[in-house]
Design a protein around this ligand. Structure first.
Ligand code: URA
Ligand code: CA
Length: 433
């Protein structure tokens, strides 16, 4: 097979065979196909798209390009959840214990955050003593015992995707539905998922700026999941403003605990119930989304989800007492309010900008090497649609520095006001099943 012929075939809009796609992915990962040919091939995909069959083949070829985690020793259907990235998105910390309490095994591999998007691993490390380095045996045993374990990324997962993503970044081919969908799905499959639930974010703070693009991506991923034998569902959710109130590691752990106690922010709670319902259904523990939602509400009300959170923390070396006393979490030295400079209804609150304001305090990493401060962050007091008087606090800043000018300026810049009541954007705009 000559790469030039395969590029030509895609350029002219023909469908590649399974063997041809496998050949390209293997050859590129091994370094036998040079970047310049792969660049041309990616651009051909960008313009000519891929059929459903080609997308599934590309996903499986990338999933098979490195280590694949074998979770077959865990009883039940292993369900993974993926979010396309948001600000203050604490759903994983809530969903893990929540669906585990309904009997769905959660064997999750998570990452650290970069930029204004927080990582689940960083958040968990805000719990004193918590560690994410478990051996495969310990990981499997813990999921079989309490239905929940979270570990950091290890091993050589999807090297083809790593290399391709770096190349796409510099060849203007990131923004292609078949390439994004196969990239995300290959990582979930390599991590051992039997079933997958996807939260595709839309809005100013998200990768997909419009609801139509987000919907197309969600359909593409659900298509790949079903074609590769992994039951997959998705939702489209709004990320034009941060999720919940808290942005920052320890602050988000506190918010997750409150949500598991039934006292969480309305939007975070609703998102967790909707995603959790899909996880319980694809995990085979309920027939319908309504039935699943009832089960989730019950494990919040009877404390079972919170109990699993405690066991999970204790099993991974953390202090479970933080669940009953959130003041045991790292505390920031300074607590300051952000008084509103205007009066009116909040019509817009840019998620990206607020995420960056929290990052400036040290809650996120500006570069991969940055150290993060687990105690600091921002807790919003107002969200889109709320009325604010001049001088009233719109947010609380938790910091370890008295230098707040830059952070305050970013918060002010992120917010727009109107004099008329505003209609809120719906949190969830589509369910794809
Ligand atoms: N996230 C991914 O993992 N891959 C993409 O291609 C885009 C976003
Ligand atoms: Ca939050």
């Amino acid at each position: 097979m000559r790469m030039v012929d395969l590029i030509e075939k895609k350029r002219d809009g023909f469908e590649l065979s399974t063997e041809e796609i496998q050949h390209i992915v293997t050859g590129y990962t091994a370094g036998d196909i040079p970047d310049y040919q792969m660049s041309a091939f990616l651009m051909a995909i960008y313009f000519k798209n891929m059929t459903d069959r080609e997308r599934a083949d590309l996903t499986l070829a990338m999933a098979g390009s490195g280590d694949q985690i074998d979770l077959s020793a865990i009883d039940g259907i292993k369900v993974d959840k993926h979010s396309t990235g948001g600000v203050g998105d604490t759903t994983t910390l809530v969903l893990g214990p929540l669906v585990a309490a309904c009997g769905v095994p959660v064997a999750k591999m998570s990452g650290r955050g970069l930029g204004h998007t927080g990582g689940t691993i960083d958040k968990l490390e805000a719990i004193e003593g918590f560690h994410v380095e478990l051996s495969t045996e310990e990981f499997i045993k813990q999921v079989n015992d309490i239905k929940l374990a979270v570990i950091g990324q290890s091993g050589n997962l999807t090297p083809a995707d790593k290399k391709l993503y770096a190349l796409r970044d510099v060849t203007a081919t990131v923004n292609s539905i078949p390439l994004i969908a196969s990239s995300i799905m290959s990582k979930k499959i390599a991590a051992g998922a039997d079933a997958i639930v996807l939260d595709v974010k839309t809005g100013e703070g998200a990768f997909m700026k419009t609801a139509e693009d987000a919907k197309e991506l969600a359909h593409a991923m659900v298509g790949i999941g079903n074609a590769t034998g992994r039951k997959t569902m998705a939702i489209i959710s709004d990320m034009s403003q941060p999720l919940g109130f808290a942005i920052g590691n320890a602050l988000e752990v506190k918010e997750a605990i409150e949500t598991l106690q039934g006292n969480g922010p309305e939007d975070l709670t609703e998102l967790c119930l909707v995603l959790g319902s899909q996880m319980v259904v694809v995990g085979g523990k309920a027939e319908t989304l309504e039935e699943a939602r009832g089960m989730l509400e019950e494990v919040i009300a009877n404390g079972k989800a919170l109990e699993i959170m405690k066991q999970f923390i204790e099993n991974q070396g953390g202090n479970p007492a933080i669940v009953d006393d959130v003041n045991l979490l790292p505390q920031a030295k300074y607590v300051n309010e952000v008084p509103s400079e205007e009066e009116g209804y909040i019509s817009f609150m840019e998620a990206d900008e607020i995420g960056t304001a929290a990052m400036v305090l040290g809650a996120g990493r500006a570069t991969k090497e940055s150290e993060i401060d687990l105690a600091v962050g921002i807790v919003l007091k107002k969200k889109v649609g709320d009325f604010v008087k001049k001088g009233e606090s719109i947010a609380t800043i938790y910091s370890n520095t008295e230098e707040l000018a830059e952070c305050m300026k970013m918060i002010y810049n992120s917010i727009e006001y109107t004099s008329e009541p505003v209609e809120k954007t719906p949190l969830i705009s589509a369910l794809i099943t």
